[in-house]
Design a protein around this ligand. Structure first.
Ligand code: SAM
Ligand code: CA
Length: 235
């Protein structure tokens, strides 16, 4: 495996890096569409390349999108577009993704690959903080309960606020996936052993996980893929 790509894969939660690489090499990479490999290669040149969605988590997201025949989706946290492109490649040709991120430069890094893959027409990229965009969407009744799927991978501090809005935007039976819900495994570590840089988000993630586990409006499954994803189905 190429070094930079290897660096991007060192975020599995499994205790054995070899086992994580085994899963990637055996199941994930051989089935990963070529444009996603290209976005991974481009992203490896970004100083914050570790932010990209883990390919093993991506594979599960694509399966979920297919299982529910998702057509209209929303994504918060695009970065260079790995999860966005994987969604665009999976939903039908007349599907639509509302993709929100503060950072247009990162999106533009991956955009040539998205264009080459012929799926740009499915994407409405909005450069903005996500919260006001969600509130704006909710002003129009037609948007309520209209989304099949949401993928949330941005500022963890706001996950709870996003959740309340997404429960109004996503239809019953629709799916919301939250990324990084095991936060490098720190959620189960004593606070004093956690590095300063991870502490604040660890706290929010622990609170959010508790909140989701008690939320009777959803069915949920926390899966240790990538950095942990929580799959919620609106009841
Ligand atoms: N899903 C992406 C992928 O597959 O590469 C990775 C997303 S990255 C972990 C998080 C992104 O969230 C960053 O690009 C950042 O600019 C964006 N972000 C952070 N806070 C945000 C906010 N309040 N509203 C919208 N986007 C935000
Ligand atoms: Ca993430």
């Amino acid at each position: 495996m190429e070094d930079k790509t290897k660096l991007m894969s060192t975020k599995g939660l499994l205790q054995s890096q070899e086992l994580y690489e085994y899963i990637l090499e055996t199941n994930v990479y051989p089935r990963e569409p070529e444009p996603l490999k290209e976005i991974r290669d481009i992203t490896a040149n970004h100083p914050r390349c570790l932010m990209a969605t883990a390919p093993d988590a991506g594979q599960m997201i694509a399966m979920l999108l297919e299982l529910i025949n998702a057509k209209k989706t929303i994504e918060i946290g695009v970065f260079t577009g790995y999860s966005l492109l994987l969604t665009a490649l999976t939903i039908p040709d007349d599907g639509k993704i509302t993709a929100i991120d503060l950072d247009r430069d990162a999106y533009e890094m991956g955009l040539p690959v998205i264009k080459k893959a012929g799926v740009e027409h499915k994407i409405n990229f909005i450069q903005s903080p996500a919260l006001p965009v969600l509130d704006k969407l909710l002003e129009d009744n037609d948007n309520k309960e209209s989304f099949d799927f949401a993928f949330i991978d941005a500022d963890k501090v706001n996950y709870k606020k996003y959740h309340e809005r997404l429960l109004q935007l996503v239809k019953v039976g629709g799916i919301i996936v939250y990324d990084n819900t095991l936060w490098s495994g720190t959620v189960a570590m004593p606070e004093e052993s956690v590095s300063e840089s991870l502490k604040a988000v660890r706290h929010h993630t622990i609170e959010f996980n508790k909140f989701l586990a008690a939320d009777t409006r959803i069915r949920l499954s926390q899966v240790p893929l990538g950095d942990g994803i929580t799959i919620c189905r609106r009841l």
